[in-house]
Design a binder for this molecule. Structure first.
Ligand code: ZN
Length: 346
């Protein structure tokens, strides 16, 4: 089968021909139709410091995908059927740790991630533990392919109290734009979106942001205070990982408010813990992956009901052999979500 691999401890990704994966007793094999390309794939391609410490080539990359089931392991039972359209949670947990046994699988210390710790989804076929597989129902495989990052947004937003709240989304890459859409669908009273790229702010507006703030043109904290009668917002979703944005996130939250941190900073971030966190009585929540599997069921009903539509954020589609063009689109900073067409018909 065709696959996109990291073959060497050096920059670049290569289109290769490798054997189709075998189906374990508790696995299903999925023919991949569409896959999402994400910043993580870019880091692996560029072979940055994080990738050098984590990735062990040769490995098939890619962790966001959807397709149809073509093989079912002997011990899987009758939950799934051949031809069923599905996606899957890409974090594979042992099932034996305290976390994965108590509904906190998203922070299980033994998590293995497809396309990072084991073979991933930029391939014509992938074998997945059946317990990670999620039927798509009427959801398309294009949307199914990006339920991983959409799920990050659902996890970020829906673990805060949203109905009637004021929400600030800091960083409007694809997950930030999805977060705006989720906040809108969940009944936020007023949504602020902040970024430094005009195109991303336009996407955020399309997803339901009421106030879009260009952080190069304007002082973000000042603007948020002006717009909220100096109160601050109820909920901040920090999606950028930039140190300035993390400090602004704490300052923009109202006393007693909540800050959801999803963006990953590269280094230590100095913050005013006394004044900006403790004395404000903030609750800070670190967002990892998707709650397994609460987030998936919430997300699926928002998608199936039409309450949440991610399609404005999908800006580019490429055939898998154009992986370099897909990565270049992300590198430009102007792209929303980038999709790879792998195989299948739909
Ligand atoms: Zn991703």
């Amino acid at each position: 089968m065709r696959a996109i691999q990291k073959l060497q401890r050096a920059p670049g990704l290569i289109l290769t021909d490798i054997p189709k994966p075998t189906c374990g007793l508790t696995d299903v094999v999925i023919e991949v139709h569409h896959a999402g390309v994400c910043g993580t794939d870019l880091h692996i391609a560029d072979w940055n410091e994080w990738a050098q410490g984590r990735i062990k080539p040769p490995i098939v990359v890619g962790h966001e995908f959807a397709g149809e089931i073509v093989e079912i392991g002997r011990d899987v039972g009758d939950t799934f059927h051949i031809g069923q359209r599905v996606t899957a949670e890409g974090h594979i947990v042992s099932g034996h740790t305290r976390q994965s046994r108590t509904g906190a699988g998203h922070v299980c210390p033994s998590t293995q991630i497809i396309g990072i710790d084991r073979d991933g989804a930029f391939a014509e076929y992938i074998a997945m533990p059946a317990s990670n597989v999620m039927p798509l129902g009427d959801i398309s495989t294009v949307t199914g392919a990006i339920m991983d990052p959409i799920g990050n947004a659902f996890h970020t937003v829906l673990t805060a109290d949203i109905p009637g709240s004021t929400v600030l989304v800091l960083g409007c890459g694809p997950i930030g734009c999805f977060a705006v859409g989720v906040a809108h669908a969940a009944g936020a009273a007023r949504i602020f979106a902040a970024d430094l790229v005009t195109r991303r702010l336009e996407l955020a507006r399309e997803m339901g942001a009421h106030v879009c703030i260009d952080v190069i043109q304007e002082d973000l904290v000042q603007r948020v205070m002006d717009e909220t009668h100096s109160a601050g917002v109820d909920v901040v979703c920090e999606m950028s990982g930039h140190p300035d944005a993390i400090r602004q996130a704490l300052k923009c939250a109202r006393p007693g408010g909540r800050v959801q941190l999803l963006g990953i900073p590269e280094k230590e971030v100095p913050i005013q813990i006394a004044n900006d966190l403790i004395f404000k009585g903030l609750t800070v929540y670190g967002v990892v992956g998707r709650k397994m599997f609460e987030t998936w069921y919430q997300m699926r009903s928002f998608l199936e009901s039409g309450l949440f539509d991610p399609s404005p954020v999908v800006t580019h589609t490429f055939p898998m052999q154009q992986i370099d063009d897909a990565l270049a689109a992300i590198r430009s900073g102007e792209a929303g979500k980038v999709i790879l067409e792998i195989g299948g018909s739909a």
